[in-house]
Design a protein. Sequence first.
Length: 184
Amino acid sequence: MATCALGFCAKTGTAAVAAVDRSGVLLGSWDIALMPSHTERFVYHHAELMPRANAAPWVAEATRACSKQTLQSVRTLMQHLDADVTAGAVVGKSLELPGPLDKILASHTLLHTAEGVFYRSAVADALRTLKVHWSLVHPDELKDVHAALDEWGKAPPPWRKEHKDAALAALTLVGRTPAAGSEL
């Protein structure tokens, strides 16, 4: 069976995903759910509106729901691919929250940063659980492989900017061999 790398561009409650094989061929792109449909997806924004005593338990419960949904979505996608997933790339600058919850809830800018970290971390955790070597790919690194978009031409939908970024992130991993027990 062929092998591939997956790229993920997480957004609030969803992720754009793309698969690229070892020779750089785009295998496809998809949208997956990271949060169950019945759960508020703007986790930190919602917590900001709550009494502070309720915010931490809400974020903890939302984290559990997101982790479960993300793992299910990534696992299902991997089961439906005609290739073994050997690596994953998560587009983003950081997986570190910008401070403790009280500090995050006091700053609109930090709310947005925390939302991004929340969903990127859920994807990274799912890949880790599924024993897929993964790497955080800074958006600036995508410029180095941007020429691949021209080679791929017009891809079938979905093919928005997020899918292109996910595919380029996966492409940064093609040909890399992870060291035993390490993340790419």
